[in-house]
Design a protein. Sequence first.
Lengths: 114, 110
Amino acid sequence: DVKVTQSSRYLVKRTGEKVFLECVQDMDHENMFWYRQDPGLGLRLIYFSYDVKMKEKGDIPEGYSVSREKKERFSLILESASTNQTSMYLCASSFRIRVNTEAFFGQGTRLTVV
Amino acid sequence: GESVGLHLPTLSVQEGDNSIINCAYSNSASDYFIWYKQESGKGPQFIIDIRSNMDKRQGQRVTVLLNKTVKHLSLQIAATQPGDSAVYFCAAGPGGKLIFGQGTELSVKP
């Protein structure tokens, strides 16, 4: 089975802190994604990557950056956490972008910024 | 820009009845559509997908219908069970980048 693992289920951080959310997948997927999920807004794409060291902005990249140094790992970075970044963060992976295929999700990280 | 929207934020059905969850998309270039189920405290899980060259696809107790003329798709769940209670998301996309709707919360009454 495909496994997408997010390093933390729950995080509490202070305003202004630099926050790292880690995601690892074990199926050799080329594509990896970071979404945030908020009530009434569904899942919104923050960043995605279709290869090592490649990244593209999604719909809401402001305040975030990403890193993909290895194929299996995709990190989301909040440079200076703010309270409006309190949310559920979901990582996903899939096979290469030109092949229509489902994305597999991790369990999510619920981040609270105080 | 592209958008995907669900018609109802909540849906309540009686156990044993059929459920229908509807979704609309805006991008005519979308060629791949997918339904996810998200249970409380978990990440979304794949239910069923359909490509734009199809109108209908069936799985176990679930059917997805695609109407490209009006850019609408629906998920039908037959004989809804308490375990079907969850939030359901539709997503659409050309290629691997999926755009998600807001989600419909399905509640099943015993």
